[in-house]
Every structure is written in structure tokens, then in C-alpha cells.
Design a binder for this molecule. Structure first.
Ligand code: SAH
Ligand code: MG
Length: 195
């Protein structure tokens, strides 16, 4: 397991896969353990790094992870097999905005970590599947320090992406249904729960 994790970190580095920062996944794992979380839905699985670590939190944790990129999906399947988590991590190869989950599915934790400009869409689509006392965690809200400084960004694409993250933060802050706390951990995390 430990070796697989190190291999995945190396693969991510070599192939420019933006896996979660170490202190962020440690923070989430603590949250999973402290809250007895069992069912996790992850949007943006990449090579399975965060899903495998979340699934490793306890025997009871099951993760469904959605990934639209075929290469990452194949790599994810391989990694899940390698650590014997076939029954714990369910990898879905689809765009999360097109996927129709069974209506009765509920998750104690939904982890949003996919295309950063689409956070609001993921949040609005998947909040339906959140268990009553569940939480939605979103990663990369600082986006390498760019968030909050979008006016100074020259590149048009980057500027537009960062502006979307800024408006997502505003959306969370002004949300009628959810209350959100922001954490200065890794690349910036939020935890949203129903009011
Ligand atoms: N959670 C992973 C890292 C995910 S990187 C970890 O920390 O280990 C973001 C991933 O989201 C990429 O692999 C990208 O292909 C995927 N992604 C982006 N938009 C998506 C979408 N709409 N549906 C499914 N996957 C998406
Ligand atoms: Mg991330």
C-alpha cells in the first residue's frame, strides 16, 4: 500500500496529474475518521490517489469516483486492483455532468475535485445525493494563490478560470441551503453542510 502510494505520487509528478496535496488528503482522512463517513462520492478521480487513500480510512468506507479521462481512468482501475480495493472503490468512466446516478444513492461525503471552472455545476447537480448530515468538500479553492488576485492575471484563460473559482466561493458564502467553512490547508479546501 505504502509503495503503491509512492508510485502514484511519482506517476502524478511525471505525467503532470494534479493529485491532492499531502496535508489536504491528511485533513480529509481525519474528517472521514472523525465523522464515521462510509459512503464517499468523488468527482474527478484521476489515477485514484485520493480515492484509494479515502477508502483506506476504515473497513467501512466505500468510494465511488467519477473520471472522464480514459488514460487516468485506466490507470485508476489498475491502482485500485493493485491494492485489492475492487470492492471498496468503484470507478466510473464518464463526464460527471452527464452521469445519472441511481436516484436512491446517498453519500456522507461528496468530494469535488474535477474541472475547477465547473464547481458550481457539480455542487448543484450532486447536492441531491448528499445524505442528511453529509458534507461537500471542494479542493483547490486557492488555485495556487491566484484566487483573490484575478484582476492581476494576464492570461485570459487563467483569468477566466480563477474568476469562476472566485464566484464559486461567493456562491458558497451566500448559499441559503448550505453553510461553508474554508480551510487554509494545501491548495485551499472548503467544507459545506446543510443549514
Ligand atoms: N482527486 C484526484 C485528482 C483529480 S485531478 C486526486 O487528488 O488524486 C482532476 C480530474 O478531474 C482529472 O483527472 C480530470 O480528467 C477530471 N475531470 C475534470 N472534469 C471532469 C468531469 N466533468 N467529469 C469527470 N471527471 C472530470
Ligand atoms: Mg485537487
Amino acid at each position: 500500500m505504502k509503495e503503491l502510494i509512492l508510485d502514484m505520487e511519482k506517476y502524478a509528478k511525471d505525467h503532470n496529474v494534479p493529485i491532492i496535496e499531502k496535508n489536504s488528503i491528511a485533513f480529509i482522512m481525519k474528517f472521514i475518521k472523525a465523522n464515521g463517513i462510509k459512503n464517499v462520492l468523488e468527482i474527478g478521480g484521476a489515477i485514484g490517489y485520493s480515492s484509494i487513500l479515502m477508502a483506506s480510512c476504515s473497513q467501512d468506507v466505500k468510494v465511488t469516483t467519477i473520471e472522464r479521462d480514459e488514460t487516468s481512468y485506466m490507470e485508476c482501475l489498475k491502482n485500485v486492483k493493485k491494492c485489492g480495493f475492487d470492492q471498496k472503490v468503484n470507478v466510473v468512466f464518464q463526464d460527471a455532468l452527464d452521469l445519472n446516478l441511481p436516484e436512491e444513492n446517498r453519500y456522507d461525503l461528496i468530494f469535488i475535485d474535477a474541472a475547477k471552472g465547473q464547481n458550481m455545476k457539480f455542487f448543484e447537480k450532486y447536492k441531491f445525493f448528499l445524505a442528511d448530515k453529509g458534507a461537500i468538500i471542494t479542493d483547490n479553492l486557492k488555485f495556487h494563490g491566484y484566487v483573490g488576485n484575478s484582476d492581476k492575471i494576464e492570461s485570459k484563460n487563467l483569468k477566466s478560470l480563477v474568476k469562476k473559482i472566485e464566484s464559486y466561493i461567493e456562491f458558497l458564502n451566500n448559499n441559503e441551503e448550505f453553510v461553508t467553512k474554508f480551510y487554509d490547508v494545501g491548495d485551499g479546501l472548503s467544507i459545506s453542510v446543510r443549514k
